[in-house]
Design a protein around this ligand. Structure first.
Ligand SMILES: Cc1ncc(COP(=O)(O)O)c(C=O)c1O
Ligand SMILES: N[C@@H](CCCC[NH3+])C(=O)O
Length: 416
């Protein structure tokens, strides 16, 4: 289902014409569909209903409190990678006992904070991290639940910057070393080994890398059983891709079906950490055309959103669909580079797009709900965009646009 579609020639978010949102809240503005967020989460929940399971939404994809709150109300768990993300989960009404903590560089302060809030599990990525968690837990008189993130050395067949399950990536512990590491972890007095986890990359568009990784991880679990180490849950990570352009990624149901032959006779609780597949196509970025600038080589449409608002095109040369908010126009169709006002040649949102646009028109950048606002910055001293969430015909402002004063709040000049 598409939650952003044309009705009577105007792009709508659910039942709201998006030009009305621009009128009220200005541009650039991120617009999320509550129904999309909910339905995308439910699709995972239902797909894995044959097993005890918990869908832990990856907060990094879109950490707006309203998004987290909508998911928490459905019973979602969360995958976090920092103290800040845990604080967001708590502020949004999420349950720390359904929260797993991933990431390669957890500080003592973060570990302590997570232990004090009783998180479900630490997904541990190295031996020194095990030592650190053991020490902090000991100091607090607690036992920390841990999982070891294994790196199965599987090619996720995705962009090299978002592939995480290869030997040369910084993530996890090599699968061939994992058995030994589990043995020594068992001997650490303040750790409680409960799980195995893995996450091989993001924007995967076929099931085979997931299947390969799962086979390897399950044989590790069998070896651990021989060593008397009982694994209670298996966290299979996130990474399921979405449709941006011409990809046809598996649905959560197809993904679950592909894993079913491997999982069906196991007494394991399955945890998942999807981010993009829940938030990506639940959001758009709305921007206004400031100027049309024809040059000898190209025609540029200069818009009021930039790489500071949506970094993915600049960082990964990723393609996201760009549409005019008004479906029909008397202007001729021209090939445009859609660029922002930032002083970088890499500041583009789309290249060579055939569009009919005029100065002042609104454009929608699709599939912007994940790794959109979450990766935004203040580069060029640009206040970050507002965020709204639509629900049927209602619009909620879920993050105010930053002000100029917000830009340097907390900065100090030196006196004298
Ligand atoms: C450990 C971990 N879990 C989950 C995710 C979410 O990934 P995706 O948004 O591709 O589902 C990521 C990001 O790739 C991650 O690093
Ligand atoms: N930020 C990336 C995904 C990174 C996944 C995080 N582990 C993207 O926009 O595609």
């Amino acid at each position: 289902m598409n939650y952003f579609d044309y009705q009577a020639g105007t792009l709508h978010a659910e039942n709201v014409p998006v030009d009305k949102i621009a009128e009220q809240y200005g541009t650039p503005v991120y617009i999320y569909s509550r129904t999309a967020v909910e339905n995308h989460w439910k699709a995972f929940d239902e797909a894995f209903s044959a097993y005890p399971h918990l869908v832990c939404y990856a907060v990094k994809a879109n950490s707006n409190l309203a998004v987290l709150n909508v998911l928490a109300k459905q019973g979602s768990g969360f995958d976090i990678v920092s103290m800040g993300e845990l604080a967001r989960v708590l502020a949004a009404g999420g349950d720390p006992a359904k929260t797993v903590f991933s990431g390669v560089g957890k500080t003592e302060q973060e570990i302590e904070y997570a232990l004090q809030h009783g998180i479900r599990c630490f997904n541990v990525e190295s031996i020194p991290e095990l030592d650190r968690i053991n020490a902090v837990a000991g100091r607090l008189g607690k036992k920390a639940p841990v999982s070891i993130r294994v790196n199965p050395d599987v090619d996720a067949q995705t962009h090299p910057y978002i592939s995480t399950g290869l030997k040369e990536n910084k993530f996890g512990i090599a699968i061939e070393d994992a058995r030994e590491v589990y043995r020594s972890t068992q001997a650490m007095p303040h750790l409680n080994v409960v799980a195995v986890d893995c996450h091989i990359g993001s924007q995967l568009t076929s099931v085979s890398p997931f299947v390969d990784a799962l086979e390897r991880v399950l044989s590790l679990i069998d070896e651990l059983a021989e060593d008397g180490i009982e694994i209670k849950h298996l966290d299979i990570g996130g990474g399921l891709g979405i449709h941006y352009r011409d990809e046809t990624p598996p649905t959560p149901a197809e993904y679950a079906q592909a894993l079913a032959p491997l999982l069906k006779d196991r007494e394991l609780e399955i945890l998942l950490e999807p981010g993009r597949a829940i938030a990506g196509n639940a959001g758009i970025l709305l921007t206004k055309v400031e100027f049309i600038k024809p040059t000898e080589a190209k025609c540029f449409a200069i818009v009021d959103a930039a790489m500071n608002d949506l970094l993915r095109p600049a960082l990964y040369q990723s393609w996201q669909n760009i549409q005019t908010v008004k479906q029909h126009s008397h202007t001729e169709v021209v090939s445009y580079d859609i660029v922002g006002p930032i002083c970088e040649t890499g500041d583009f949102l789309g290249k060579d797009r055939e569009l009919a646009i005029d100065q002042g028109d609104l454009l929608a950048i699709r599939s912007a709900g994940a790794y959109g606002f979450a990766m935004s910055s203040n580069y060029n001293s640009r206040p970050r965009a507002a965020e709204v969430m639509v629900e049927g015909d209602k619009v909620h402002l879920v993050r105010e646009r930053e002000t100029i004063n917000d830009l340097f709040a907390g900065e100090h000049v030196i006196q004298a």
